[in-house]
Design a binder for this molecule. Structure first.
Ligand SMILES: O=c1[nH]cc([C@@H]2O[C@H](COP(=O)(O)O)[C@@H](O)[C@H]2O)c(=O)[nH]1
Length: 293
């Protein structure tokens, strides 16, 4: 039997829940039938070239934008963002840079929007957790791997390219600092093509965590070595290696057909001609880590 006080409390809560539900159903962001056009009008704005490619089943590559808003200073960030889009285009696919502009999730950015984002010092680093807040307050944000995966999945883009995924931080056993990228990979069926995880992270634990999340980690090339962003070897191994784009496509296709909702990490080691400068950066990182300890 509930006492009067508890009953009143529950009734009050139910009343405010009803009010929230009413507000949501009236809101332009409220639930509605799924579909690209409907989504375009609500939370999402899909760039026409990207929408057309998705509908006609032409290749589209999703790109994140935290690297633009928080990874590099202006104008270096804009130059890199444009260059990455150009590389995707030169390889016959349509780039879809994901970002939040004034509360809307943009999938594919016009040149003007890309420029605006690159110069926006108020842009919020937006991971899965931050999406409702950034959207409802009409803010702008750079999307991390986790939120870019969500946007790519909702709009039907199964392939996403980035530099490095987030991971398990060193000393995570006491800080609990584990990137939401890893849990997202466990529940969103998007293939993330990257240069591995940042070497500042605990790569061994990152791979362990991905295993627990049911995420297949593959290396592109002849060896099983899992790369460490600036270097081709982290000292740890992937589950398998993939030697051609066809093999990669078969892997992604098998994963999607399973409908298990897991993502895939496909790690592409740094190229040989970049490896020398990567080695210098890696040494500096290791030195800094030692000093910090
Ligand atoms: O070299 C980089 N790798 C990764 C990121 C970004 O950092 C995010 C992870 O952040 P966190 O560790 O807070 O989850 C990644 O998803 C990516 O967007 C970055 O800025 N620079």
């Amino acid at each position: 039997m509930l006492n009067v006080f508890t009953r009143q409390k529950i009734l009050k809560q139910a009343k405010s829940l009803r009010r929230i539900a009413r507000l949501i159903s009236r809101s332009p962001l409220g639930p509605g039938p799924a579909g690209l056009n409907n989504l375009q009008d609500r939370l999402f704005q899909v760039y026409p070239e990207v929408a057309e490619a998705i509908v006609s089943k032409r290749p589209v590559v999703a790109l994140e934008s935290t690297i633009i808003t928080h990874g590099m200073p202006y104008p270096e960030n804009l130059r890199v963002a444009k260059e990455v889009e150009k590389i995707v285009k030169n390889n016959g696919a349509i780039p879809a840079t994901v970002a939040i502009m004034s509360g809307k999730i943009h999938v594919g950015l016009s040149e003007e929007n890309l420029e605006r984002l690159a110069q926006d010092t108020n842009a919020v680093k937006t991971s899965r957790r931050d999406l409702p807040y950034v959207i409802s307050k009409g803010l702008s944000g750079g999307t991390t791997v986790s939120s870019t995966m969500i946007a790519a999945n909702v709009t039907g883009i199964p392939v996403f390219v980035t530099g490095g995924i987030g991971g398990v931080h060193r000393r995570a056993e006491s800080t609990f600092d584990i990137s939401a990228d890893l849990t997202e990979l466990g529940k969103t069926p998007v293939a993330v093509i990257c240069a591995g995880a940042k070497s500042i992270l605990d790569i061994e634990l990152t791979l362990e965590y991905l295993e627990t999340q049911g995420v297949l980690v593959a290396t592109y090339g002849d060896s099983l070595d899992f790369p460490a962003f600036f270097t081709s070897k982290s000292g740890f191994k992937s589950v398998c290696n993939i030697q051609s784009p066809e093999e990669a496509a078969n892997l992604i296709d098998a994963n999607l057909s399973l409908k298990s909702n897991s993502g895939i990490v496909l790690a592409v080691p740094i190229s040989e001609d970049e490896a020398a400068s990567g080695e210098i950066i890696e040494k500096a990182i290791q030195k800094a880590l030692k000093e910090a300890r």
